[in-house]
Design a protein around this ligand. Structure first.
Ligand SMILES: NC(=O)c1ccc[n+]([C@@H]2O[C@H](COP(=O)([O-])OP(=O)(O)OC[C@H]3O[C@@H](n4cnc5c(N)ncnc54)[C@H](O)[C@@H]3O)[C@@H](O)[C@H]2O)c1
Length: 370
């Protein structure tokens, strides 16, 4: 079988998760190509130790050198957002396949350039919205399409408590030049993509507000404090193109929520809820049931490939993502989520940021005015 030689850029959280998926996907699934870890890229000599640990036979400290190599067929981008567009565009022009972590880019202009590069390239491009790979999400999407009727409400939130401690140190995620935005792009991107994916509809307009609660944090090297230049939390209402009302929230200040990603959809015939806390389940209310019997039922969802319907978790989303991309490359069919899907999310992120900048309060008069 032909090898698919994978070059991964970045060896932090996502670099490890993706490497794990590339290493194991061919062991479990029958694939048209054989994925093989080929080259790892970081920014310092520490990448050598990471390569050995993760199972890469070679490494580089400049992503351009990784992209130029003949022993890389697919470039997997697991770096901060400011690097996504340059790496993806150069890799696509070099004839490589590309997998790029979310959010696709740091701006609409960058995401548009990535879409153009993907359209013109011989290689295939996929955006890394990994939660779409949960069988429960796919099942929820089918339920919405077949059983929910006209969608009236979409409620989506991605809550975590990662920054509740005001002394948590500065990181690239808190600098706008590198991250593009804060909770909005990091967490909100997942909620927006899932909401649009599950609703089968796109957000046409938004009104949003963002806040930075802790404007300065200690620098990681102990040398003073640095400015936080992204949002800590974002909230917005949205209008979907077919008329549904959306309510969205993304925050790093919701203590104790772990990775609280949840999407609810209410339609004329039924309601569907996906909650990452129960990744193997979907809740469904059938509005055609007799009123006295109406209520949510929890449906256990399994992927047929995992024998005897065993439960799956977060890391499997990356394995399924790798499987789907290899199958797309094998068949020559463009994979989803595409870079266009990434751009569709990027447009919403930009619109929320613009709306927040233009925010105008309609003041309440308070009790003193009565
Ligand atoms: N899908 C998910 O569930 C999920 C979860 C976390 C992060 N992400 C996304 O993954 C991406 C990376 O996030 P992370 O949590 O892995 O970050 P991280 O800080 O853990 O790791 C980033 C890595 O990128 C490397 N890097 C940075 N700039 C580089 C450059 N110019 N050249 C080569 N290497 C470079 C760093 O050395 C580090 O190894 C981001 O886009 C983030 O939004 C997705």
């Amino acid at each position: 079988m032909t090898d698919l030689r994978v070059g991964v850029v970045g060896h932090g959280f996502m670099g490890r998760a993706h490497a794990h998926a590339w290493r194991s996907v061919g062991h479990f699934f029958d694939l048209p190509l054989s994925p093989r870890l080929s080259v790892l890229c970081g920014r310092s000599p520490a990448v050598g130790a990471a390569a050995v640990r993760l199972g890469f036979p070679a490494w580089e400290t400049d992503w351009r050198r990784l992209v130029e190599r003949d022993d890389v067929d697919l470039v997997d981008i697991c770096t901060p957002g400011d690097t996504h567009a340059p790496i993806a565009i150069v890799a696509l022009r070099a004839g490589k396949h590309v997998l790029c972590e979310k959010p696709l880019a740091n701006s609409v202009a960058e995401a548009e350039a990535m879409v153009r590069a993907a359209r013109d390239a011989p290689g295939l491009a996929m955006a890394g919205f990994n939660f779409r790979r949960l069988p429960s999400v796919e099942f929820a999407r089918e339920l919405v399409a077949k059983r929910a009727g006209e969608i009236r409400h979409v409620r989506a939130a991605y809550l975590n408590g990662s920054l509740v401690d005001p002394e948590a140190p500065m990181a690239w995620r808190l600098r706008v030049e590198e991250a593009g935005s804060g909770a909005l792009g990091d967490l909100g991107a997942h909620a927006i993509d899932l909401a649009q994916h599950l609703a089968g509809d796109l957000i046409a307009g938004v009104s949003g507000i963002t806040r930075t609660f802790v404007p300065e944090r200690p620098l990681a090297d102990g040398g003073g404090r640095g400015s936080v230049t992204v949002d800590d939390a974002a909230a917005f209402v949205a209008r979907f193109s077919r008329g549904a009302l959306g309510v969205f929230e993304a925050t790093r200040y919701a203590d104790g929520r772990a990775e609280g990603l949840r999407v609810e959809l209410d339609g004329s015939l039924g309601s569907v809820i996906f909650d990452l806390g129960s990744p193997n389940e979907v809740s469904f209310l059938d509005a055609t049931d007799p009123p006295a019997e109406r209520g949510f039922r929890r449906i256990r969802v399994a992927h047929p490939a995992w024998w005897y319907s065993h439960a799956i978790g977060y890391e499997h989303t990356f394995t399924h993502q790798a499987r789907d991309l290899v199958e797309a490359i094998g068949s020559g069919v463009r994979p989803t989520p595409s870079f266009e899907d990434g751009l569709r999310v990027q447009r919403v992120l930009d619109a929320v940021a613009t709306s927040s900048g233009d925010w105008r309060d309609v003041l309440t008069s308070g009790v003193d005015g009565c």
